[in-house]
Design a protein around this ligand. Structure first.
Ligand code: SAM
Ligand code: DTB
Ligand code: SF4
Length: 326
Protein backbone atom coordinates (compact mmCIF):
# COMPACT_ATOMS: atom_id res chain seq x y z
CA UNK A 1 0.00 0.00 0.00
CA UNK A 2 1.23 3.51 -0.79
CA UNK A 3 2.19 5.51 2.34
CA UNK A 4 0.13 8.64 2.91
CA UNK A 5 2.23 11.31 1.15
CA UNK A 6 0.67 14.16 3.10
CA UNK A 7 2.32 12.93 6.31
CA UNK A 8 5.63 11.78 4.82
CA UNK A 9 8.73 13.42 6.31
CA UNK A 10 9.91 16.50 4.47
CA UNK A 11 13.48 16.98 3.29
CA UNK A 12 15.69 19.84 4.41
CA UNK A 13 18.88 18.57 2.80
CA UNK A 14 18.35 19.08 -0.91
CA UNK A 15 21.69 19.66 -2.65
CA UNK A 16 22.23 22.22 -5.36
CA UNK A 17 22.79 19.45 -7.93
CA UNK A 18 19.53 17.73 -6.95
CA UNK A 19 17.58 20.97 -7.11
CA UNK A 20 19.09 21.84 -10.46
CA UNK A 21 18.20 18.38 -11.78
CA UNK A 22 14.57 18.90 -10.75
CA UNK A 23 14.49 22.43 -12.17
CA UNK A 24 15.93 21.30 -15.51
CA UNK A 25 13.63 18.31 -16.07
CA UNK A 26 11.81 18.30 -19.40
CA UNK A 27 9.02 20.81 -18.79
CA UNK A 28 6.13 18.36 -19.08
CA UNK A 29 7.86 15.92 -16.76
CA UNK A 30 8.48 18.72 -14.26
CA UNK A 31 4.85 19.85 -14.45
CA UNK A 32 3.58 16.31 -14.02
CA UNK A 33 5.75 15.72 -10.94
CA UNK A 34 4.90 19.08 -9.39
CA UNK A 35 1.18 18.63 -9.97
CA UNK A 36 1.40 15.19 -8.32
CA UNK A 37 3.06 16.68 -5.23
CA UNK A 38 0.52 19.48 -5.24
CA UNK A 39 -2.44 17.08 -5.26
CA UNK A 40 -0.91 15.01 -2.50
CA UNK A 41 -0.80 18.03 -0.20
CA UNK A 42 -3.35 20.61 -1.36
CA UNK A 43 -6.95 20.74 -2.51
CA UNK A 44 -7.18 20.52 -6.28
CA UNK A 45 -8.61 23.28 -8.49
CA UNK A 46 -8.36 25.82 -5.72
CA UNK A 47 -6.78 29.25 -5.67
CA UNK A 48 -6.48 31.66 -2.77
CA UNK A 49 -7.11 35.33 -3.52
CA UNK A 50 -4.81 37.66 -1.59
CA UNK A 51 -5.10 41.43 -1.48
CA UNK A 52 -2.08 43.70 -1.18
CA UNK A 53 -2.12 47.19 0.27
CA UNK A 54 0.80 49.57 0.50
CA UNK A 55 0.16 51.15 3.90
CA UNK A 56 3.32 53.27 3.75
CA UNK A 57 4.71 54.06 0.33
CA UNK A 58 8.13 55.19 -0.88
CA UNK A 59 11.11 57.04 0.65
CA UNK A 60 12.67 53.78 1.85
CA UNK A 61 16.31 54.10 2.90
CA UNK A 62 17.31 50.69 1.52
CA UNK A 63 18.69 50.53 -2.03
CA UNK A 64 17.12 47.31 -3.38
CA UNK A 65 17.87 47.56 -7.10
CA UNK A 66 14.45 46.34 -8.23
CA UNK A 67 12.33 48.53 -5.99
CA UNK A 68 10.26 51.55 -6.99
CA UNK A 69 10.11 52.69 -3.37
CA UNK A 70 13.77 53.19 -2.58
CA UNK A 71 14.76 56.81 -1.98
CA UNK A 72 17.94 56.03 -3.89
CA UNK A 73 15.98 55.77 -7.17
CA UNK A 74 13.84 58.31 -9.04
CA UNK A 75 10.64 56.55 -10.03
CA UNK A 76 6.94 57.31 -10.55
CA UNK A 77 6.30 56.67 -6.86
CA UNK A 78 5.33 59.67 -4.71
CA UNK A 79 6.10 59.01 -1.04
CA UNK A 80 3.07 58.77 1.21
CA UNK A 81 2.77 58.77 4.99
CA UNK A 82 1.57 55.75 6.94
CA UNK A 83 -2.14 55.30 6.23
CA UNK A 84 -4.82 55.79 8.87
CA UNK A 85 -6.30 52.70 10.51
CA UNK A 86 -9.84 53.46 9.26
CA UNK A 87 -8.59 53.61 5.65
CA UNK A 88 -7.03 50.19 6.09
CA UNK A 89 -10.24 48.90 7.69
CA UNK A 90 -12.20 50.02 4.64
CA UNK A 91 -9.73 48.37 2.25
CA UNK A 92 -9.85 45.15 4.26
CA UNK A 93 -13.65 45.10 4.21
CA UNK A 94 -13.66 45.64 0.43
CA UNK A 95 -11.07 42.92 -0.03
CA UNK A 96 -13.20 40.49 1.92
CA UNK A 97 -16.34 41.42 -0.02
CA UNK A 98 -14.49 40.78 -3.29
CA UNK A 99 -13.55 37.26 -2.14
CA UNK A 100 -10.04 37.67 -0.76
CA UNK A 101 -9.12 35.62 2.31
CA UNK A 102 -5.67 37.04 2.95
CA UNK A 103 -4.76 40.68 3.39
CA UNK A 104 -1.11 41.68 3.03
CA UNK A 105 0.15 45.08 4.14
CA UNK A 106 3.45 46.46 2.89
CA UNK A 107 5.41 49.29 4.49
CA UNK A 108 8.48 50.74 2.77
CA UNK A 109 10.68 50.72 5.84
CA UNK A 110 14.23 49.45 6.30
CA UNK A 111 13.17 48.28 9.75
CA UNK A 112 10.25 48.68 12.11
CA UNK A 113 10.85 51.40 14.74
CA UNK A 114 9.07 51.53 18.06
CA UNK A 115 6.72 54.46 18.54
CA UNK A 116 3.42 55.85 17.27
CA UNK A 117 3.79 54.41 13.78
CA UNK A 118 4.39 50.91 15.08
CA UNK A 119 1.40 51.26 17.43
CA UNK A 120 -0.69 52.20 14.39
CA UNK A 121 0.60 49.22 12.44
CA UNK A 122 -0.47 46.99 15.35
CA UNK A 123 -3.95 48.57 15.18
CA UNK A 124 -4.07 47.84 11.45
CA UNK A 125 -3.34 44.19 12.18
CA UNK A 126 -6.14 44.06 14.79
CA UNK A 127 -8.54 45.66 12.30
CA UNK A 128 -7.72 43.17 9.54
CA UNK A 129 -8.08 40.26 11.96
CA UNK A 130 -11.45 41.62 13.12
CA UNK A 131 -12.63 41.23 9.49
CA UNK A 132 -11.83 37.51 9.69
CA UNK A 133 -9.01 37.72 7.16
CA UNK A 134 -5.57 36.12 7.30
CA UNK A 135 -3.16 38.98 8.00
CA UNK A 136 0.35 39.36 6.62
CA UNK A 137 2.75 42.29 7.04
CA UNK A 138 6.00 43.12 5.31
CA UNK A 139 7.80 46.10 6.81
CA UNK A 140 11.52 45.35 6.90
CA UNK A 141 13.67 44.14 9.77
CA UNK A 142 12.14 43.31 13.15
CA UNK A 143 13.51 42.77 16.64
CA UNK A 144 12.16 40.00 18.89
CA UNK A 145 10.01 42.35 20.97
CA UNK A 146 8.36 43.82 17.87
CA UNK A 147 7.73 40.34 16.51
CA UNK A 148 6.12 39.32 19.80
CA UNK A 149 3.88 42.39 19.76
CA UNK A 150 2.81 41.75 16.15
CA UNK A 151 1.98 38.19 17.08
CA UNK A 152 -0.02 39.36 20.11
CA UNK A 153 -1.95 41.77 17.86
CA UNK A 154 -3.02 38.69 15.89
CA UNK A 155 -0.65 38.78 12.93
CA UNK A 156 -0.56 35.40 11.21
CA UNK A 157 2.41 35.87 8.91
CA UNK A 158 5.38 38.14 8.34
CA UNK A 159 6.82 38.43 4.83
CA UNK A 160 10.56 38.85 4.43
CA UNK A 161 11.97 37.62 1.14
CA UNK A 162 15.45 36.28 0.50
CA UNK A 163 14.93 37.57 -3.05
CA UNK A 164 17.87 35.71 -4.64
CA UNK A 165 20.97 33.67 -3.78
CA UNK A 166 23.44 34.81 -1.13
CA UNK A 167 26.03 35.23 -3.92
CA UNK A 168 23.83 37.42 -6.13
CA UNK A 169 22.31 39.42 -3.27
CA UNK A 170 25.30 41.76 -3.05
CA UNK A 171 24.75 42.91 -6.64
CA UNK A 172 21.13 43.82 -5.84
CA UNK A 173 21.24 45.43 -2.39
CA UNK A 174 24.12 47.15 -0.60
CA UNK A 175 22.40 48.55 2.49
CA UNK A 176 21.81 45.21 4.24
CA UNK A 177 23.14 41.67 4.14
CA UNK A 178 21.72 38.25 3.47
CA UNK A 179 22.39 37.40 7.11
CA UNK A 180 20.24 40.39 8.17
CA UNK A 181 17.39 38.81 6.18
CA UNK A 182 17.94 35.37 7.71
CA UNK A 183 18.05 36.90 11.19
CA UNK A 184 14.65 38.59 10.82
CA UNK A 185 13.15 35.38 9.44
CA UNK A 186 14.37 33.58 12.58
CA UNK A 187 12.91 36.31 14.80
CA UNK A 188 9.54 35.84 13.08
CA UNK A 189 9.76 32.09 13.52
CA UNK A 190 10.73 32.38 17.20
CA UNK A 191 7.74 34.66 17.86
CA UNK A 192 5.42 31.91 16.63
CA UNK A 193 4.27 33.56 13.41
CA UNK A 194 4.30 31.87 10.05
CA UNK A 195 7.10 32.79 7.73
CA UNK A 196 6.46 34.08 4.20
CA UNK A 197 9.73 34.12 2.31
CA UNK A 198 10.55 33.73 -1.34
CA UNK A 199 12.16 35.72 -4.08
CA UNK A 200 12.26 37.34 -7.47
CA UNK A 201 13.50 35.98 -10.75
CA UNK A 202 14.76 38.25 -13.51
CA UNK A 203 17.35 40.17 -11.44
CA UNK A 204 20.18 39.15 -13.78
CA UNK A 205 20.83 35.98 -11.77
CA UNK A 206 21.85 32.59 -13.14
CA UNK A 207 19.68 29.48 -12.91
CA UNK A 208 22.08 28.22 -10.23
CA UNK A 209 21.38 31.40 -8.23
CA UNK A 210 17.67 30.59 -8.39
CA UNK A 211 18.32 27.04 -7.25
CA UNK A 212 20.60 28.29 -4.45
CA UNK A 213 17.81 30.49 -3.20
CA UNK A 214 15.42 27.53 -3.20
CA UNK A 215 18.06 25.47 -1.37
CA UNK A 216 18.31 28.19 1.27
CA UNK A 217 14.52 28.17 1.76
CA UNK A 218 14.19 24.39 1.73
CA UNK A 219 17.02 24.03 4.29
CA UNK A 220 14.93 25.90 6.83
CA UNK A 221 13.18 23.69 9.34
CA UNK A 222 10.27 23.98 9.21
CA UNK A 223 10.01 25.16 5.62
CA UNK A 224 8.50 28.63 5.24
CA UNK A 225 4.71 28.23 5.32
CA UNK A 226 4.45 30.63 2.40
CA UNK A 227 6.81 31.06 -0.55
CA UNK A 228 6.09 33.96 -2.92
CA UNK A 229 7.70 33.70 -6.33
CA UNK A 230 7.88 37.06 -8.11
CA UNK A 231 9.02 37.89 -11.63
CA UNK A 232 10.72 41.27 -11.80
CA UNK A 233 8.38 44.09 -12.73
CA UNK A 234 10.91 46.46 -14.27
CA UNK A 235 10.32 49.98 -12.96
CA UNK A 236 11.65 53.04 -14.83
CA UNK A 237 14.23 54.86 -12.71
CA UNK A 238 15.53 51.75 -10.92
CA UNK A 239 18.94 50.25 -11.74
CA UNK A 240 17.18 47.15 -13.09
CA UNK A 241 14.78 49.04 -15.38
CA UNK A 242 16.30 47.67 -18.60
CA UNK A 243 16.61 44.02 -17.70
CA UNK A 244 14.82 41.72 -20.16
CA UNK A 245 11.38 40.42 -19.18
CA UNK A 246 11.42 36.97 -17.64
CA UNK A 247 10.26 34.19 -19.93
CA UNK A 248 7.05 32.99 -18.24
CA UNK A 249 8.17 29.38 -18.65
CA UNK A 250 11.08 30.16 -16.32
CA UNK A 251 8.57 31.26 -13.70
CA UNK A 252 6.68 28.00 -14.25
CA UNK A 253 9.90 26.04 -13.63
CA UNK A 254 10.64 28.02 -10.49
CA UNK A 255 7.16 27.47 -9.05
CA UNK A 256 7.23 23.77 -9.90
CA UNK A 257 10.63 23.33 -8.25
CA UNK A 258 9.51 25.20 -5.12
CA UNK A 259 6.41 22.99 -4.98
CA UNK A 260 8.47 19.78 -5.19
CA UNK A 261 11.03 20.91 -2.59
CA UNK A 262 8.51 22.34 -0.11
CA UNK A 263 5.38 20.21 -0.58
CA UNK A 264 3.28 21.77 2.18
CA UNK A 265 4.15 25.43 1.62
CA UNK A 266 1.70 27.84 0.10
CA UNK A 267 3.55 28.74 -3.09
CA UNK A 268 2.39 32.14 -4.26
CA UNK A 269 2.35 33.33 -7.86
CA UNK A 270 3.16 36.94 -7.02
CA UNK A 271 4.46 39.91 -9.05
CA UNK A 272 4.76 39.60 -12.81
CA UNK A 273 1.35 38.38 -13.94
CA UNK A 274 0.55 41.59 -15.83
CA UNK A 275 2.99 40.70 -18.56
CA UNK A 276 1.87 37.06 -18.80
CA UNK A 277 -0.97 35.59 -20.84
CA UNK A 278 -3.67 33.46 -19.23
CA UNK A 279 -2.17 30.24 -20.47
CA UNK A 280 1.16 30.93 -18.77
CA UNK A 281 -0.61 31.86 -15.55
CA UNK A 282 -2.55 28.61 -15.65
CA UNK A 283 0.70 26.69 -16.12
CA UNK A 284 1.94 28.36 -12.92
CA UNK A 285 -1.17 27.11 -11.11
CA UNK A 286 -0.68 23.68 -12.66
CA UNK A 287 2.93 23.76 -11.40
CA UNK A 288 1.68 24.12 -7.85
CA UNK A 289 0.92 27.78 -7.13
CA UNK A 290 -1.74 28.16 -4.41
CA UNK A 291 -2.55 31.84 -4.71
CA UNK A 292 -2.60 35.01 -6.75
CA UNK A 293 -2.73 38.66 -5.78
CA UNK A 294 -6.19 39.93 -6.59
CA UNK A 295 -6.70 43.64 -7.19
CA UNK A 296 -5.67 46.20 -9.78
CA UNK A 297 -2.36 47.14 -8.20
CA UNK A 298 0.32 45.24 -6.33
CA UNK A 299 2.11 47.76 -4.09
CA UNK A 300 3.11 50.36 -6.68
CA UNK A 301 2.85 48.51 -10.00
CA UNK A 302 -0.10 47.14 -11.99
CA UNK A 303 -1.66 43.72 -11.51
CA UNK A 304 -4.26 42.18 -13.86
CA UNK A 305 -7.63 43.78 -13.19
CA UNK A 306 -10.18 41.87 -11.19
CA UNK A 307 -12.48 41.25 -14.16
CA UNK A 308 -9.58 39.52 -15.97
CA UNK A 309 -8.96 37.34 -12.93
CA UNK A 310 -12.62 36.52 -12.39
CA UNK A 311 -12.86 35.34 -15.99
CA UNK A 312 -9.63 33.35 -15.69
CA UNK A 313 -10.94 31.62 -12.58
CA UNK A 314 -14.33 30.92 -14.14
CA UNK A 315 -12.96 29.68 -17.48
CA UNK A 316 -10.51 27.36 -15.72
CA UNK A 317 -13.15 26.06 -13.31
CA UNK A 318 -11.12 27.09 -10.29
CA UNK A 319 -12.64 27.63 -6.86
CA UNK A 320 -11.43 30.59 -4.82
CA UNK A 321 -10.61 29.53 -1.26
CA UNK A 322 -13.74 30.22 0.81
CA UNK A 323 -13.62 33.14 3.22
CA UNK A 324 -14.10 32.04 6.82
CA UNK A 325 -17.60 32.58 8.18
CA UNK A 326 -18.25 35.46 10.55
N1 SAM B 1 10.38 46.77 2.88
C1 SAM B 1 10.02 45.45 3.04
C2 SAM B 1 11.14 44.46 2.90
O1 SAM B 1 12.27 44.80 2.72
O2 SAM B 1 10.91 43.27 3.04
C3 SAM B 1 8.82 44.99 2.24
C4 SAM B 1 8.37 45.59 0.99
S1 SAM B 1 9.03 44.90 -0.49
C5 SAM B 1 8.21 45.88 -1.68
C6 SAM B 1 8.38 43.23 -0.59
C7 SAM B 1 8.93 42.36 -1.69
O3 SAM B 1 8.34 42.71 -2.93
C8 SAM B 1 10.42 42.42 -1.96
O4 SAM B 1 11.16 41.64 -1.08
C9 SAM B 1 10.51 41.87 -3.36
O5 SAM B 1 10.70 40.47 -3.34
C10 SAM B 1 9.16 42.22 -3.97
N2 SAM B 1 9.31 43.26 -4.99
C11 SAM B 1 9.55 44.56 -4.77
N3 SAM B 1 9.64 45.24 -5.95
C12 SAM B 1 9.47 44.34 -6.92
C13 SAM B 1 9.47 44.43 -8.35
N4 SAM B 1 9.70 45.57 -9.00
N5 SAM B 1 9.24 43.30 -9.05
C14 SAM B 1 9.02 42.12 -8.40
N6 SAM B 1 9.02 41.99 -7.07
C15 SAM B 1 9.24 43.07 -6.33
C1 DTB C 1 5.99 39.55 -2.42
O1 DTB C 1 6.84 38.64 -2.48
N1 DTB C 1 5.47 40.17 -3.45
C2 DTB C 1 4.55 41.20 -3.04
C3 DTB C 1 4.47 40.97 -1.52
N2 DTB C 1 5.48 39.98 -1.29
C4 DTB C 1 4.59 42.09 -0.59
C5 DTB C 1 4.99 42.56 -3.47
C6 DTB C 1 5.20 42.65 -4.96
C7 DTB C 1 5.59 44.08 -5.26
C8 DTB C 1 5.75 44.31 -6.73
C9 DTB C 1 6.25 45.66 -7.03
C10 DTB C 1 5.34 46.77 -6.62
O2 DTB C 1 4.11 46.75 -6.90
O3 DTB C 1 5.85 47.77 -6.07
FE1 SF4 D 1 12.65 49.35 0.90
FE2 SF4 D 1 11.50 46.92 0.85
FE3 SF4 D 1 11.73 48.40 -1.42
FE4 SF4 D 1 13.91 47.34 -0.34
S1 SF4 D 1 12.15 46.20 -1.17
S2 SF4 D 1 13.69 49.47 -1.08
S3 SF4 D 1 13.43 47.47 1.82
S4 SF4 D 1 10.52 48.89 0.35
Amino acid sequence: MRADPSTAPLRHDWTLAEIRAVHDLPLLELLHTAQGVHRDHHPKNQVQLCTLLSVKTGACTEDCGYCSQSKHHHTHVEPERLMQVDEVALAARRAKQSGATRFCMGAAWREVRDGQQFERLLDMVRTVKAEGLEACVTAGMLNPDQARRLREAGLDTYNHNLDTSREHYKSIVSTRTYDDRLRTIQVVRDAGMSVCSGGIIGLGETVDDRCRMLRELSQQSPHPESVPINALVPVAGTPLESLPMVDPLELVRMIATARILMPRAQVRLSAGRSSMNREAQLLCLMAGANSIFYGDTLLTTPNPDTSFDRKLIADAGLTPLEPKLG
